[in-house]
Design a protein around this ligand. Sequence first.
Ligand code: GUE
Length: 286
Amino acid sequence: MSARIIDGKAVAARVRAQVATEVAEFTAQRGGTPPGLATILVGDDAASAVYVGGKQKACAEVGIRGFDHRLPADTSREDLLALVEQLNADPEVSGVLCQLPLPGHLDGVEITNAISAAKDVDGLTIASAGRLALGMPGLRPCTPSGVIELLAEAGTELQGAECVVIGRSNLFGKPMAQLLLQHNATVTICHSRTKDLAATCRGADVLIAAVGVAHLVKGDWVKPGAVVVDVGMNRLDGKLTGDVDFAAASEVASAITPVPGGVGPTTIAFLLRNTLEAARAQAGVA
Ligand SMILES: Nc1nc(=O)c2c([nH]1)NC[C@@H]1CN(c3ccc(C(=O)N[C@@H](CCC(=O)O)C(=O)O)cc3)C=[N+]21
């Protein structure tokens, strides 16, 4: 069998086109003031710079105003918090995103939580995580939202499905599990101390890998007919590779996301959607 490849670029393009239409309407209603997204990048990690650049470019394409803040690696906690406060107070900024990971002397959880809940387009503040856990409306983390959209695109039935998420990060694994629960899936979260990872994966109808280990998931970890989502972003010999052995897994799965061109583009598309939703809520037109 050869799996259907779920085209993340196409899914993202569809979401972005819809967001662009809605952004144009919103901007016209507000007398020409578009939604705004502020990104903060501390330090000069090359991969992070590429991702933030992608986010800014995507903003421009859908009519969202980008505010691109780049700070030196030795920026103090106080200076970074002052910038976040300034962006929280700026009426032209609808959303604030601080790219993770931060340099070692800065606490990503603390800095993220300084972002006002109304502008939390990453969905990573205590307020947003709590609202998600309690099933209340709110801004959801972008990568898990993108995965739900990819699964919908693949026609995957989540109700009652055995879903295995490898990885328990605040950025992805935990919110992914919450979203799957909301869709009535049975959810298992695996991590580095999981006893028999391969056996647990073999039970999955939907297998989602987000650990950052290239080719961790082998072909024989995949249940025949399963849907495989690869959230990994690893550089292997200069090439971008996921956490799944794509060639082997696609012989067994019914559908699979590639890297690149899978989850990554949908993450950015949902960041744009969140920025629009935040702008609407701030303008009182939610
Ligand atoms: N506060 C915060 N929010 C994030 O959303 C966040 C973060 N920190 N830190 C790092 C991760 C990673 N991330 C990616 C988004 C898009 C692509 C993406 O578009 N990837 C392209 C390829 C890009 C390339 O060629 O390098 C693809 O998969 O096709 C990748 C990675 C967002 N993250």
